[in-house]
Design a protein around this ligand. Structure first.
Ligand SMILES: Nc1ncnc2c1ncn2[C@@H]1O[C@H](COP(=O)(O)OP(=O)(O)O)[C@@H](O)[C@H]1O
Ligand SMILES: [Mg+2]
Length: 394
């Protein structure tokens, strides 16, 4: 896994397919200082892991055919929304025509000077990032995951969402992707009429207005999209539906907090592809630490960027014979946040109110607010609007 920071604007790419001249091109691209070639697989399906979880700026598909490889491109699209560049060898006039009509950012006919290819890839990668910034798809996706049940995923997700909505004044969606046994709604004591299941089986295209019709507003200001009521309905929430849901949610929310189940299933992979920050919840028990370590390995296999990963040590003050430094040594990763074990949490859970609201002066609430501020700094303008209304108008 690379430790590149996003401000260096490296272009992360993954390559699928094959054509004459591709091996030489791959070698040249791999040496280029502004590109990070995450990997290559001839068959698109073999690249499913990095394509879904890899946060790619651009995907390159190579073809020796003179026609657009529509099936392969459609498969790539199921995995990722990153811009697509097709490279082709040979006679390809028809391919160019077809690409114009399709969702392809660029077509390059080999052989080409490496610099030209690099320029086209960086341009496509940039346009994808630019689109994300300007077409309103700006909401940040914060996914809370742990490979163990009971470590505090739902407590963390609900309290972070409450911090963002109530104290940070962000438009906040809490998405419960613990599809079989989600309990975010219960922890917030809301009785929703609609769930994510109703949303995905509803006919027609999803857009922000439609999404708004399926969420339930919590008193703290969070919009909640709960898990299905019946566990068997979970499988209808497919990767493609979920990908679309996240894209639409980013248009209407500042932040989307995703609560999860302890598994890397399809919906989780689709979510990882769109996750800006992954909060990995760890505890002070050896089995949990072991599974968090395995999760880190899986994330590495998926090429999930390390700079998007934050480990949160829950119940960090528990006196159970393990220390933070020992956990860090076992995980080989620094712990980003510590949250204490606090009686305020189960009390709040049983009242159905997030602890940060129910007992805002508790140690837990203070720690959680710190986590929220660090993940998503409070909007300075919003604060000014609140305190200086006369200036806001000028
Ligand atoms: N920091 C904490 N202090 C005290 N109790 C906690 C804390 N974090 C979680 N808990 C307790 O652990 C239980 C399980 O947490 P939960 O968030 O439901 O786990 P998960 O979603 O990972 O399965 C909660 O009901 C809560 O009472
Ligand atoms: Mg949970």
């Amino acid at each position: 896994m690379s430790g590149n920071t996003p401000d260096r604007e490296m272009t992360r790419l993954y390559v699928t397919g094959a054509c004459e001249g591709l091996p030489e091109l791959l070698e040249a691209l791999g040496r280029h200082p502004e590109l990070e070639v995450v990997g290559w697989s001839e068959r698109v399906v073999d690249g499913a892991g990095p394509l879904t979880g890899g946060h790619l700026d651009v995907v390159v598909h190579a073809t020796g055919s003179s026609e657009l490889p529509a099936e392969e491109l459609a498969t790539i699209r199921e995995y990722t929304a990153a811009p697509l560049v097709v490279v082709a060898a040979g006679e390809a006039s028809r391919l160019l025509e077809e690409a114009l009509a399709a969702d392809v950012a660029d077509v390059l006919l080999l052989p080409q000077l490496t610099e030209n290819v690099v320029f086209a890839l960086r341009k496509a990668g940039r346009s994808g990032r630019h689109m994300q910034r300007t077409t309103g798809t700006a909401g940040r996706v914060i996914t809370v995951f742990s490979p163990k049940g009971g470590t505090g995923k739902t407590v963390t997700a609900t309290n972070l969402a409450a911090c963002f909505a109530k104290f940070g004044r962000k438009r906040t969606l809490l998405l419960d992707l613990d599809l079989q046994f989600g309990d975010a709604a219960i922890m917030l004591s809301i009785e929703p009429e609609k769930t994510i299941h109703d949303l995905v089986v509803a006919p027609g295209e999803l857009d922000p207005e439609k999404l708004a019709g399926y969420t339930t507003r919590h008193a703290s200001g969070i919009d909640v999209l709960p898990a299905p009521v019946r566990p068997e309905d979970a499988e209808l929430v497919t990767e493609s539906k979920l990908s679309r849901l996240l894209e639409v949610a980013r248009e209407s929310y500042d932040v989307i907090v995703v609560d999860t189940s302890p598994f890397f299933h399809g919906p989780m992979l689709a979510t990882l592809d769109r996750t800006d920050t992954l909060v990995l919840v760890c505890g002070l028990e050896v089995p949990t630490i072991k599974n968090v370590r395995l999760s880190l390995q899986t994330l590495e296999l998926l090429s999930f960027p390390t700079n998007r990963l934050k480990v949160l040590l829950n119940r960090a003050n528990s006196n159970v014979g393990l220390k933070r430094t020992e956990v860090e040594a076992a995980l080989e990763v620094k712990i980003a946040f510590e949250v204490p074990s606090d009686r305020a949490v189960p009390v709040a859970v049983n009242r159905g109110i997030p602890a940060v609201v129910n007992d805002s002066q508790s140690d837990f609430a203070r720690a959680m607010r710190g986590v929220a501020d660090s993940l998503l700094p409070a909007d300075a303008n919003a604060a000014r609007r609140r305190w200086l209304p006369s200036l806001a108008r000028s």
